[in-house]
Design a protein. Structure first.
Length: 95
């Protein structure tokens, strides 16, 4: 499925066919994949040229994935992600 350059900023509420094997979301405005579950049948996923900071939570679901292109995103380092998550937890603890 080709969704290149459609100015997509969120995948909230989007449902793709469960049999989908290729998805290209390159050149959009996606900043987060958190909470979105891709079809487990995906073999090729293209996410280049978005604003995504963290891809780590998508991998446990994509056992069939053979190709992933995430070039030109705004990836954070592992240390930045850990600090961000600790900071969120601290804020929640203080509520």
């Amino acid at each position: 499925m080709n969704l290149i350059g459609n100015k997509i900023s969120s995948l909230e509420g989007v449902k793709f066919p469960t049999s989908l094997t290729e998805l290209d979301l390159s050149y959009n405005n996606i900043s987060s994949l958190e909470g979105f579950v891709f079809p487990t049948s995906l073999e090729r996923l293209f996410l280049k040229n978005n604003n995504i900071k963290d891809f780590s939570h998508i991998f446990p679901y994509l056992n069939q994935l053979k190709e992933l292109d995430y070039d030109r995103n705004k990836l954070k380092t592992q240390e930045e992600l850990i600090e961000e998550r600790i900071g969120k937890k601290r804020k929640a603890d203080n509520l």
